[in-house]
Design a protein around this ligand. Structure first.
Ligand code: AMP
Ligand code: ZN
Length: 141
């Protein structure tokens, strides 16, 4: 897609710090890292989000994420890696080209904002109703 910054990276029109590439996928460093080693994995074909990406590209991105995570672990001795993927402006997706964030937790470094939240028990009736709504939406196309 013409105006997409990640498509431009795929085409080599904008530079990146590449860590992995295959026929379907490119992985490169996030230039505003949440922690050292913060890496993005993208399909080479443009798709805005999880709803749009093809099953084949989705599988390829996640296969690659396994390889890259092992590399991050080896290189940085991370104590954990958060895989985060945002869909839509409401959850602060900024680049509208599907991307999976791999964000390592470095031992001794701060907690990751994306992997630590307060556990507050929910209302079981409300959870049940919401589950039914989602399930019905799935079953009724
Ligand atoms: P998101 O909120 O999931 O859409 O995140 C987009 C991510 O892309 C942010 O973490 C940005 O730092 C990152 N980003 C934007 N432009 C570039 C770029 N040219 N090279 C590497 N990372 C980028
Ligand atoms: Zn794109």
């Amino acid at each position: 897609m013409e105006d997409c910054i990640f498509c431009k990276i795929v085409k080599g029109e904008i530079p990146c710090f590449k860590v992995y590439e295959d026929d379907q996928v490119l992985a490169f460093m996030d230039i505003n890292p949440i922690s050292p080693g913060h890496t993005l994995i993208i399909p080479k074909n443009h798709a805005a989000n999880l709803a749009e990406i093809s099953d084949e590209d989705l599988a390829a991105v996640h296969r690659a994420s396994k390889k890259v995570m092992v590399g991050i672990d080896k290189a940085l001795k991370a104590s954990g890696v958060a895989c985060v993927q945002l869909n839509g402006r409401g959850v602060n997706q900024v680049v509208m080209h599907y991307h999976l964030h791999l964000i390592p937790k470095i031992p001794g470094g701060p907690d990751l904002p994306v992997s630590k939240w307060e556990i507050i028990p929910g209302d079981m009736d409300e959870i049940k109703t919401t589950a039914e709504n989602i399930s019905n939406a799935l079953n009724n196309g």
